[in-house]
Design a protein around this ligand. Sequence first.
Ligand code: LMR
Length: 347
Amino acid sequence: MTSRPRSRTALSTAALLTLALGATACGARGAGADGGGEDGYTIKFSHVVTPDTPKGQAAERFAKVVDETCGDQLSVEVYPNSELYGDEDELQALQSGAVQMLAPASAKFTTIAPQLQVLDLPFLFDSVEDIPKVVAPDTAAGKAIYENPELAKRGIKVLGLWDNGLKQLSSDDAMTQPSDLRGLRFRIQPSDVLRSQFEEWSAETTPMAFAEVYNALQQGVIDGQENPYSNIESQNMHTVQKHITESDHGYIGYVHTINKEFYDSLPAELQTCVDDASAEAATYNREVAAKLNDEAKQVIEKAGGTEITELTDEQRQVFEDAVVPKVWKQYADVIGQDLVDELLAQR
Ligand code: LMR
């Protein structure tokens, strides 16, 4: 029988709990009050996808670069696939210092930093090539993320933005026009923008943690979901979905974050080393993301149980016209009127 995650490791929940509880608030190995113990520092990096996805690979790369370049005073432990913390508790774990590093999809920050929903705006990007220029740190959208006051207030420091790629729709029904979604219930990340997007397409929504999606699809609690191919395939969602519509309608990007108190406790040269490793992981992430999504699509095609429909430009336009500019304008007060106006003007 197909199990949900392809790369779950053998660590038991009890062992993981012990690991989590054993973390000191600031990640120091050894007992330094300022976060620096004589044994050095450990970054526990928790995330919710498998190691072979764009985020999973970037996390591994970050750990490797730290290992190779930061000396033996700093080490990184990566916990993939919601093994240590999942969507429901990872942001709390970051703020309390139970883990030092995360890279949640921007939508996961909706409650604490609603402006990050800018990245959920449907059809913000026409293709993955558009992503770097729209969300560079010096653009209006980039500043909303990198300089977000709500994150800073909660002691969350932004190191970078990683991509997965563009989202596709999956369900048991063929979907070539918004009305095909009528009556279907889609799992969404906890974002009001995403809820409105689906409502404009006549669908219903249920917010749900990523780790629950496979089971919820299998048991019919939900009918469909949206994700890039790499997330669909690595969680085996395609094995319980008869149709995927390649709509490229939305973006999943990851905010690479570190607990600021922990970061500030690091000696200056280790801070620089973390910054450099994060930048290198971001570069690597952009190099591999498209390839990993292409490969995942091929795996799904070969598996043969899911029909993939690539929308024509005209069909995609109908989906787009139903939500742009309507949903964008609906959330201008949350995202920022100037930012939404600027993004609309760029179209
Ligand atoms: C999802 O919840 O669908 C994604 O954000 C998971 C991820 O981290 O890619």
